[in-house]
Structures are given as C-alpha cells and as structure tokens.
Design a protein around this ligand. Structure first.
Ligand SMILES: Nc1nc2c(c(=O)[nH]1)N[C@H]1C(S)=C(S)[C@@H](COP(=O)(O)OP(=O)(O)OC[C@H]3O[C@@H](n4cnc5c(=O)[nH]c(N)nc54)[C@H](O)[C@@H]3O)O[C@H]1N2
Ligand SMILES: Nc1nc2c(c(=O)[nH]1)N[C@H]1C(S)=C(S)[C@@H](COP(=O)(O)OP(=O)(O)OC[C@H]3O[C@@H](n4cnc5c(=O)[nH]c(N)nc54)[C@H](O)[C@@H]3O)O[C@H]1N2
Ligand code: SF4
Ligand SMILES: [Mo]
Length: 921
C-alpha cells in the first residue's frame, strides 16, 4: 500500500497513518519505523507538545523525553494541522539530535595556538572562539564599516533567535546585511504579496482543503515536500468523489499518482498558461465585475529587468561569459516579442535597462490595456510555448489547457491553487506569483472558505522567523521596511536606540553577500542554521571566495557540514528541543514549545552565542560615524551614517556599554524572570551557562510582539503559545481570537465594511501608465485595493543548446531535508535513500550510452557532478530534462546550478540550468 496509490482506502490510510504509508513508499516496513521511532519502553517517558523540525506544514508533535534525552516523537492527535499524523521525517525528529558526530566544542583553524586561516581545526574554549571572532569583526568593521559584515540566517531559526539576529545586525551593527535562506525560497512569494496586497503571507488556511472541490498544484510536489498536507488532500479526495486534483509540473512526480491530470509544461511555460487562463476569463466575460470594481485595480511593470546576475563578467568563469552577457542585453525571441505585445522587436537586441532597483517598479493600467496584454495568449500560441513533453501531441496538450481554464472559470468550483518552489525559484518568480492572484481575483475566488491562491512555505518557520520578524536585508519586524523613515523611527523607539541608528540603505541579499565575499566587499560572514556552501547556487565561486585571506567565515551548526569545511571558526549549536522556541508555519499559525533536553557537551543556543558576541562589542565600536558606500537619502550626508553617540548618551547609553547591555539585557527584559513561574519546564540552555535570572526568549518575544499589535500582525503572548493546551494560533490574534481568513469581513476584525478590504499598506500609491511604461508619474493612493497584474511570458536566460543540450531541474525528495545534514544522520533515512540520483528519460540515457544504475557526469558552464542514473522510479522526466536533489554531500548539485535570480526578489532559480550528461570514466 502506498499513499500515492489511488486504490488506497481511507480506512487503511487512517489506520496506518501517513508515516507508515510514506515509509512503505520508500521501502521501510512499518514495524521498523515504529521500532526506530520509539527506542525505549513507554513507561518512563514524559510527553510534551512540540513542533516538527522539518517542513512548513508545521505538524504538531508529542515529544517523549526519558532521562534527559528525547527518545521519541509522535504526531499530536490534538494538533489541527496534522491530527496525529506525521510523515517519515516527522517520526525521526528525536534521532536527528543524536547523530554520532554532533558538534560539542568550538573549533578554530589554528597554528601554534593562534588563529591561522590556513591552519587545522582545533578545539578551543568559547572564550577563545568569541574573542577571536570579535577581533576579526572589529578588523573588518574598522576597514569597511557596516557593509563589510554579514549574517546568513534562516527560516529554521526560532522566532526569538531570528529577532535577536535582526536586532543585533540592524540596531547593533547598523548594517542591514542579514539575509536568510528564505531568500532562496520565499522571496518571490513575499514580493508578490507586497505588490498585490501590500502585506505579506496568505489569506487562507489549511482547512480550505476540506472545503474545496478542486486543487491545482502549480509547480510543487506536495507528496514529497508537504506530505501531511498531501494526506489531507488525499483524504478529501477519497471522501468526496467530486474532488479534482491537477498537477502542473515540468516532469511527472509523486504528486502525479493521485492527480486526476498531470500537465507537463516547459520551463517558464507557466507564465504563458496563466495568461491564457486570464485571456479566457476576459473573453468569456467570467469576471466577477462587482468584486473587481470594488476591491481591485489593474497594474503592469517593466519587462526588461535582466536575470539577477552580476552586470559585469569580471568574476565569471570563461565558460559563463556568454550567459552572463545576457544580463545586459538579450536577443528577443519571436515568441517573447509576441507575448510582450512588441512583435516588431522579434530577433532584435533588447537592452535590460530596468535591472536592479528599477525591476520592481509598477504602475496602474486600464482594464483595456490589461485586455490588450493578455490578447496574444490564444490556445494555439500558448500551447506552442508551454508544451513540456516532446512525446505528447499538441492536441492532447491543448485539451488539457482548455480543461484547466474551464475548471477555474466554472462558478460551481471551489478552488485552491497551491505552489511552492516551482513559482518562487523562477527568473520571473514575482510575476508568476502575481499572475495566479490575478486569476483568483478576477473570479473573486480568494480569501474565502474553500477558495484561494495559497503560497506554501518550505521551512518550518520561514513565515514566523524570516518573514514576520523581518530577518531580510530590506525588512524590519511586521512588514516594516528599512527604506521607510516611519518604519525606522517606530523600530528605534521599540528598541530604545537613538534615532538614525538604523541604516536607511537596504542591505545585501543572500547572493549579494556571497558575491561580496568574492569581490572583497564583504569580509566577515556568520552563518546560522543554514548550510550555504552546499545550498547556494553556482557554489564553486563561493567555496573559493570563503578561503580568500581577507575573509573570516563563522559557521554555527549542530553537525560538521559541508559548509564547516570552508569555515574559519565552527560554533556548536543546540538544536530544536534543546532550547525554548516558536515557529510560524505556512497558514500563519504560531506554535511554541518548551525546552525538553539539554544540548550535548558545550553546544549552545544561537541566542546565547549572539548575546555573548554582543558582550564583546561596545557601543562606541559601531555607533560613531560610519561609511556606507552608495547611501544617498534625504537627511544624511552622502555615503555616511551619522554618529549617534551623543544622542545615545542623552538616553543613558554610554559609549563603553556593550551591545549586550543595550540590545538584550535591557531593564524591562531583566524583569522577565527565569525560571518562569507559570511554565512547566525548568531548563534553559540560554540562561544556564551564565546562570541568568532573566528569560531571554520570553523577554525578546514580548518586545517583538509590540511590533505586531494593532497593525494586522497581532500575536498572542508568550505563555499562551507555550502552555500545554494551545495548539498554535493563526494570526492576527485579536482579543484572544485567531483570524482564519484575512481581508474578509466575516472573519477579519481589520475589515470594518464593504465585505472585503485588502488593507496592506505597502506600495499602495503608484503612478499611472500603460503596458509599456508610466504616463503620469503622480502616485495615486489605492487604499484597501488589491492589484490585478498583467505580466508577460519571458524565456529563461540559459536554455539548452548544442553543447549543454539538456535542462537540469533540482529539488527535494521525501526522505531528506535539504542538505541532508540532519536526515542523512538517521540510519533509517540514510538507508532508504543514500544517493542523489540523476533522473533522466530512458531515451535520453540510451542516446548517451547510459542505463539505469550507471554513473554519469552532469556538467554545466559552472561545474560538474557525478551521480547514478535513474530512469524508472519516482521522477519521470520528459525527454530533454534531467533532475537532481541536493541532500547528498557526495553530489554537490549546486556546483552545476546557475545563479540567475528573479531580478525583483533576488531569489535564485534552481530549476532551470543547461547541462550535458555523459558516462563517467
Ligand atoms: N522532504 C522534504 N520536504 C521538504 C523539504 C525538504 O528538503 N525535504 N524542504 C522544504 C522547503 S524549504 C521547501 S522550499 C519546499 C519545496 O517544495 P516543492 O516546491 O514542492 O519542491 P521542489 O522539489 O523544490 O520543487 C518541485 C517542483 O518544482 C516544479 N517546477 C520546476 N520548474 C518549474 C517552472 O518553470 N515553473 C513551475 N511553475 N514549476 C516548476 C516542478 O514541477 C515540481 O513540482 O519543500 C519543503 N519540504
Ligand atoms: N539545488 C537546489 N538548491 C537549493 C534549493 C533547490 O531547490 N535546489 N532550495 C533552496 C531552498 S528552498 C532552501 S530553503 C535552502 C535550504 O538551505 P539550508 O538552509 O542552507 O539547508 P539546511 O540543510 O536546511 O541547513 C540548515 C543547517 O542548520 C543546521 N541546524 C539545525 N538546527 C540548528 C540550530 O538550532 N542551530 C544552528 N546553528 N544550526 C542548526 C543543520 O544541521 C543544517 O546544516 O536550500 C536552497 N537550495
Ligand atoms: S509533513 Fe512536514 S511538518 Fe509534518 S511531519 Fe512531515 S516534515 Fe514534519
Ligand atoms: Mo525552502
């Protein structure tokens, strides 16, 4: 029995649980899973509520602790997300804590007892580690100022950690160079939310799965990446026969097994398909005019925005130069020219004049212009661009597209559209995100029970920790932006730091931090809960850059990962249940857990590391006048941040106080007592080393919460999330009540009248224009409106050619988490899938003299890997396309992948590289 088998009976499914089904799929017998998950007798185990360490589904757990060790976890029957179910990874939350090679001591490269960039790793004390780290920080900061230092953060931070990191960098260092792995993951979705609704995160919630009759996947493989949500989808289908599931994808995957229809489209073909649906809605006059007139406007933006690569070839490998050149100018293909309503430019060179900061500019257009924009996307034209399987007939493909449009337009259908990395990791990721909202808004099928466009998050707290806390280089908590003065002033007030402490210039995004290490503009990088040298695209560049003598790289991790090899200093981290924390999942649900066990050896919480590091920096180190190259903002001298030391003195902050005193151990925070009288757990690995009598996680959460109250992001108090009854709450939590549907008057206390109000405040005053540009620059305010965007088709920057003749798509599989640093240490999961296979179409393999099980080289302009060929399992590739996961340390997939990004969101496109494949010698 497998969950993907449509014959599976609901009774069996529920009886066995999804974990079991999933386990069977990957070939582990149920008995072994159960045995492996629960390692000792139930008798002495104490069970406490927890949250799964892995995906953005956010399953509730019961965590079993015995003799100070986490010995087992099981799905929490009271958790509304998963109702007792878990997937195969969920079952192993306990085992990921106890891999044999957990890091237990700081390790530094040294020679003769001193730091040496070329030295060997030696165990050092925490004091030695942090002192060297602070010295290196000060060296770089003196030379380059706030822009030379950076943190690479994570959507796997707990909320208090993320908040502390963001505050340390933005208020302490006066740098905005903190950017999380969520940039590689959710950034395109975020900009989509900002530009369409003016506020981040989905309107709907998971219970829509049980309220709709149609679900469309637009490039996400839920069966592998959101397995427990997929089990809810399966349950809906098995109990409500009319339920339809459509899987739009670039290859046939595990989600196809339960789908009524799989539509294989070509990379970027989604842009054309969405425009075809929009055209059908317009032509059939299926628009809900009342809703659109009341609540929406139409919008468009620039088309020549580049591909988010460097604008210079100075750092490109010789073979990369031809593709890199397209950052500045491309030859527009005939299809693109037609799709962009400028057929006269077919075959002509088009300069990418709207790259960089200009890429996100947009303006309102008339409905007539919108209609003109979608007009070229006839069924014939769309099918030509978008068909992805060369072995499918054009007629069959057209039938599927027409059927898809019919399904959306049919008023009887309650429809959910899901997506994840297929839309977000996309050179036009913001555009596709916006187009799916256009479809739902035109039909008024959004923010209503059973109807919505639902952006899924990948990481357990990409929403909670990266997005809500604002751990990005352009954000502050609660959707405040560093570029906006009132946002900075509000943050400075809550933080108790002088006005003008926060740098008004947006910091460096994730890829810009890595590129900065390569071009010597960023020299101090601290990575937290992230494995960048394995997970970032085009990694051969960054591996080399990390070892440049002027760079100092600190990796905080629980295990000796691939990134640790490229570090100068390794800090051993406490993991999930070894600390207090909260996560926020994809449906805006914030969930907390109490600390249950202590970390091994001298491993410490990331929060402790930041507080101890802050003790080694004084106010005067960072708050004097600082150089910020390129800063040009009203009220500031060009290129300079003013000194705020005088202002600080007036507030009682002395120059020799430490950043720890100013940012963390503030008088109000010191009043938050540890141990907490109201909560059960009496262990805290942040307070233990220094024997603190205040509770940093709770104090920082309280402080953060102030940002959220009253502006549509309201969170409940710490104790409510931590107590044993609450199973998370969907924000905004107003008067103790969660908000199931945002923007909808029936549910959302922020909507006072009119049925709906898209009340987000960002980008809500825009110029007027047409498909090709602005006609009147005067910003027109659009309170409470959502924007229906026209965004055209554009081709990926690198495409298969004579030499690199295949597409390479990359992604994930059920058994492993990202870079495998945790799941590859669980023997059962490692055994289930020990290698990252190169998935190929059998005909493509045969043509290259390869068969299933052979070792092949997969090579791009940027690098190569060797992997075992797989042609008849799991992922079934159309001819012309190959696929790799990135969990396997032996197969450094990202050495091959291009680092083109969406120019607006700066999120890399991991899904579209050109490669050649040949037999390994
Ligand atoms: N088992 C497991 N689960 C995970 C994770 C994990 O590591 N392991 N990680 C979590 C994280 S952080 C994330 S972000 C999610 C990712 O979750 P998903 O996005 O579901 O997974 P991926 O494997 O990254 O992406 C696969 C999808 O990308 C689509 N795709 C490829 N090219 C295109 C294109 O041009 N357009 C469109 N529209 N689609 C395209 C494919 O069709 C396929 O459906 O998974 C989360 N869940
Ligand atoms: N080729 C390719 N590459 C991709 C993607 C893709 O689809 N294709 N997807 C991208 C996406 S969507 C994402 S989200 C990223 C994920 O990329 P990363 O976040 O870089 O990958 P992870 O393996 O999740 O790394 C998290 C690290 O944190 C460590 N860790 C666990 N708990 C703690 C803790 O409490 N403290 C500290 N300090 N460390 C801890 C783990 O051991 C692990 O090494 O990968 C991106 N990279
Ligand atoms: S579906 Fe995601 S959150 Fe739930 S158990 Fe599996 S990995 Fe954990
Ligand atoms: Mo992700």
């Amino acid at each position: 029995m497998t969950i993907n088998n449509p014959q599976v009976k609901r009774r069996d499914l529920l009886k066995a649980g999804v974990a079991a089904s999933a386990a069977m799929t990957v070939g582990i017998p149920l008995s072994e899973v159960a045995k492996a998950a629960i390692q000792s007798s139930e008798g002495a185990i104490v069970w406490t509520k927890g949250v799964c360490r892995f995906c953005g589904t956010g399953c509730g757990l019961q965590v079993g602790v015995k003799d100070g060790r986490v010995v087992a976890t099981k799905g929490d029957p009271d958790a509304p997300v998963n109702k007792g179910l878990n997937c195969i990874k969920g079952y192993f939350n306990a085992k990921i804590l106890y891999g044999k090679d957990r890091l237990t001591q700081p390790l530094m490269r040294r020679t003769n007892g001193k730091f040496d960039k070329n030295g060997k790793f030696e165990a050092v004390t925490w004091d030695e580690a942090l002192t060297e780290m602070a010295n290196q920080f000060k060296r770089v900061y003196k030379e380059k100022g706030p822009t030379g230092v950076a943190i690479l953060g994570s959507g796997q931070y707990t909320i208090p950690e993320a908040y502390a990191a963001s505050k340390l960098v933005k208020a302490g260092w006066r740098s905005n160079n903190i950017d999380p792995n969520a940039r590689l993951c959710m950034a395109s979705a975020v900009v989509g939310f900002y530009q369409v609704f003016g506020i981040d995160e989905p309107a709907n919630n998971y219970s829509d799965i049980e309220k709709c009759n149609t679900m469309v996947l637009w490039g996400n493989n839920m069966a592998e990446a959101h397995p427990v949500l997929w089990s809810r989808v399966a349950d809906r289908k098995l109990t409500h026969k009319e339920t339809k599931i459509i899987n739009l994808t670039t290859y046939k995957n595990m989600s196809s097994n339960m789908a009524d229809e799989t539509i294989i489209f070509a990379p970027n073909g989604d842009l054309a398909i969405l425009n075809y649906i929009l055209r059908e809605i317009v032509h059939r006059d299926a628009i809900d005019h009342d809703f659109v007139n009341k609540h929406c406007i139409f919008a468009a933006g620039g088309m020549d925005i580049g591909y988010g690569m460097r604008p210079t070839d100075k750092f490109a490998f010789p073979k990369e130069k031809d593709i890199q050149a397209k950052q500045n100018a491309i030859i527009l293909s005939k299809e693109e020219a037609i799709a962009q309503s400028r057929p006269e430019l077919a075959g002509k060179e088009v300069k990418q004049t709207q790259q960089g900061g200009k890429a996100g500019a947009h303006w309102s257009i008339s409905f007539e212009d919108f209609k003109k924009g979608v007009e070229p996307y006839t069924l014939d034209f769309t099918a030509q661009i978008a068909k992805g399987d060369p072995d499918e007939s054009l007629e069959d493909f057209k039938k599927k597209l027409k059927n898809l449009a019919d399904i959306y337009i049919d008023k009887k259908n309650d429809i959910l559209s899901f997506w994840c990395m297929g839309f977000n990791q996309h050179q036009r990721g913001v555009w596709v995100n916006e187009l799916i909202y256009s479809v739902h808004l035109l039909l008024a099928k959004h923010a209503r029970p059973g109807n919505g466009a639902f952006s899924l998050t990948g990481q357990p707290s990409a929403c909670g920790s990266a997005r809500e806390v604002g751990t990005f280089c352009h954000r502050l908590p609660s959707d405040l932006l560093v570029a906006q003065k009132p946002a900075r002033v509000k943050s400075e007030k809550i933080w108790g730091v002088p006005e003008k402490t926060i740098n008004p210039k947006v910091g460096r995004a994730y890829m810009e931090i890595l590129r900065g290490m390569e071009d010597n503009s960023v020299n101090f990088v601290w990575t937290q809960v992230v494995n960048p040298f394995q997970a970032a695209p085009n990694s051969n560049h960054w591996l080399k850059a990390a070892r440049h003598p002027e760079n100092f790289v600190v990796v905080a991790d629980a295990y000796p990962t691939f990134s640790c090899q490229y570090a100068d200093l390794i800090l051993p981290a406490a993991m999930i249940f070894e600390k207090w924390g909260l996560y926020g999942n994809a449906e805006r649900r914030t969930q907390g857990w109490q600390q249950m066990a202590n970390p091994p050896g001298e491993a410490r919480t990331d929060l402790w590391m930041m507080m101890e590091f802050a003790k080694r920096l004084q106010v005067k180190d960072c708050w004097g006048e600082q150089p910020v190259p390129g800063l040009k903002v009203d009220g500031y001298t060009d290129g300079k941040l003013p000194s705020v030391l005088d202002e600080a003195e007036k507030m009682g902050i002395k120059p020799d106080m430490t950043l720890y005193d100013v940012l963390f151990a503030r008088p109000d925070n010191l009043k938050v007592a540890w141990p907490d009288p109201d909560l059960v757990s009496k262990i805290n690995s942040t307070t233990a080393p220094g024997n603190l009598n205040w509770f940093p996680e709770k104090a920082l959460f309280n402080e953060y919460r102030k940002f959220t109250l009253g502006d549509g992001h309201d969170l409940a108090d710490f104790t409510t999330y931590m107590n044993s009854e609450t199973r998370g709450l969907i924000w905004p939590v107003v008067n103790g009540k969660e908000t199931l549907y945002r923007f909808n008057q029936d549910y959302d206390p922020y909507v006072k009248e009119g049925g709906y109000a898209f009340y987000g405040k960002l980008f809500k005053a825009i110029p007027t224009g047409n498909l090709f540009g602005v006609t009147d620059p005067k910003p027109v305010p659009l309170p409470n409106k959502a924007k229906i965007f026209f965004r055209p088709y554009a081709a990926p920057v690198e495409q298969p050619d004579k030499e690199y003749d295949l597409w390479l798509c990359t992604g994930r599989i059920l058994e492993h988490w990202h870079t495998g640093s945790m799941t590859m240490r669980v023997p059962e999961l490692e055994r289930a899938q020990a290698n990252s296979f190169l998935y190929m179409n059998p005909k493509d393999a045969e043509k290259r003299g390869l068969k299933n099980g052979d070792v092949a080289v997969c090579e791009s302009r940027r690098g190569q890997v060797k992997a075992i060929v797989q042609t008849n399992q799991r992922n079934f590739m159309p001819r012309g396309m190959t696929w790799l996961a990135f969990f396997d340390r032996k197969v450094q997939t990202n050495q091959v992948v291009i680092d083109a990004t969406d120019p607006i969101s700066e999120e890399p496109d991991f899904k579209k590289s050109a490669v050649k494949v040949y037999k390994a010698q």
